[in-house]
Design a protein around this ligand. Structure first.
Ligand SMILES: Cc1cc2nc3c(=O)[nH]c(=O)nc-3n(C[C@H](O)[C@H](O)[C@H](O)COP(=O)(O)OP(=O)(O)OC[C@H]3O[C@@H](n4cnc5c(N)ncnc54)[C@H](O)[C@@H]3O)c2cc1C
Length: 395
């Protein structure tokens, strides 16, 4: 079997792996089983890649140890990545809430990372499968298979950058967790995050396609953004965000009056358009189909003029505290990220190196650091990839 030696072997040519390769110094080989590097970058942000967030800070990340991400995020910030994007002349814009997207295509970000890898001399092998990993005196021995031929790669340092379990169709395998288990490194149970929630009774089917601004509250936090009713349940940014904090069996609360002004508006409407039906007036403030859907449950009969202050107060209160109990989520098939992962207690927050296995690094989504929706997950990939790369280059 052919043998080769490299200083650093990186498994995974995604966001974190490519960033790490660009900074890890000499003699770096990146391997990936996919046909192309950065496939998730390519499809991200509707093809325009929400590559970072202006307001990225440690509060936007979920982890058993909320302090772990601080060092990497501080040492390689959103401003560093924006400077890199600017250096390559990639035009971008802020869409909303600090979310930065490419003007043209996410492929520009992949081309930039590939160019950075080439500049540092890193090699890339695609369509390469990992067969066996073992540890020996010189580091790590990894048997890979490419085009039906096996090769033994002897690497001093091994970086695991092969992502989480989200979207198996895009090449996600969960290999990182297997490697962790092989080396007795603890893993926080992975689960789907940023994922639509589902309901067993298909009760929202008549509302499929309806969107409304809302505050979605879980037992742990709340998010103010749009919600979207789907055939199987609830989606939209506020629900995706909340899904990362939701646990099975829990109810969530939808506040369809997030600005808290509905009662006042209805009282005004009563004096200016008293002869209109209550449902027609409500439909000026909420989607018509949603008002129709709720009308029986909330007993929305009569004209607005017939409603007392107390009654209008009851209706507003009900609309701002609609409790629903999801049965589950759409799962890894559509989840944007995987929550949980390599336990951060087992890693150095400065270098991403394992505390128990020298020269073994974990970066990106496979680590128990998960960002909110809005460019935060790529920022973690850039920051953790950079931190490991710099540490490796420093020897
Ligand atoms: C549809 C979608 C849209 C998204 N949009 C955004 C967005 O706009 N902004 C944002 O911040 N985040 C977004 N995300 C999340 C973001 O893509 C991930 O958080 C990020 O890609 C993680 O980077 P990573 O390098 O850790 O993993 P990945 O980018 O997933 O890279 C892992 C690499 O490892 C390879 N690999 C996996 N298993 C193996 C194996 N067994 N052998 C060899 N190679 C393997 C994969 O082929 C892949 O190339 C989106 C995710 C999805 C699914």
């Amino acid at each position: 079997m052919p043998r080769m030696n490299v200083e650093t072997l990186i498994i995974g040519a995604g966001a974190a792996g490519m960033m790490c390769a660009a900074h890890a110094g000499n003699d770096v080989l990146v391997i990936d089983h996919a046909k192309a590097a950065g496939e998730k970058i390519r499809i991200s942000g509707g093809g325009r890649c929400n590559f970072t967030n202006l307001y990225a800070s440690p509060q936007n990340f979920i982890s058993q140890n909320p302090h772990f991400a601080k060092s990497a995020l501080k040492r390689y910030t959103q401003w560093d990545f924006i400077a890199l994007v600017d250096q390559y002349g990639i035009k971008w814009h802020e869409k909303t809430l600090g979310q930065l997207f490419c003007d043209t295509t996410a492929k520009d970000i992949i081309a930039m990372l590939r160019a950075e890898m080439e500049k540092s001399g890193a090699k890339l092998w695609l369509q390469t499968d990992v067969k066996v990993i073992s540890r020996n005196a010189e580091g790590f021995r990894v048997i890979v298979e490419k085009s039906g031929r096996s090769t033994t790669i002897q690497a001093q340092k091994l970086v695991v950058a092969c992502g989480g379990k989200s979207i198996p169709k895009m090449g996600a395998t969960g290999l990182a967790y297997q490697i962790a288990s092989q080396f007795d490194i603890p893993v926080v149970a992975p689960r789907p995050g940023l994922v639509p929630l589902t309901f067993s009774d298909e009760k929202f089917k008549p509302l499929a396609g309806v969107a409304a601004p809302s505050r979605v509250t879980t037992a742990r936090t709340s998010f103010d953004e749009a919600i979207l009713f789907t055939h199987r349940g609830l989606s939209g940014p506020a629900v995706l965000q909340a899904s990362s904090y939701w646990e099975e069996g829990e109810a969530i609360t939808l506040n369809l009056d997030p600005s808290g002004t509905l009662l006042q508006k209805l009282q005004q409407d009563r004096s200016t358009q008293g002869r209109k039906a209550l449902t027609s007036v409500l439909a000026q403030h909420l989607p018509t189909r949603l008002v129709e859907f709720l009308s029986a449950d909330l007993n929305l009969s009569g004209n607005i003029a017939d409603q007392s202050d107390r009654r209008l107060g009851e209706i507003s209160a009900a609309l701002s505290a609609w409790e629903v109990k999801p049965a589950g989520s759409e799962g890894y098939r559509t989840a944007e990220v995987t929550l949980g992962g390599i336990d951060t207690d087992a890693l150095s927050s400065q270098t991403m190196m394992s505390k128990s296995v020298p020269n073994l690094y974990f970066i990106g989504e496979c680590v128990d650091v998960t960002g909110w929706l809005g460019g935060y997950n790529f920022q973690w990939a850039w920051s953790s990839g950079w931190a490991a790369g710099k540490a490796i280059a420093a020897g």
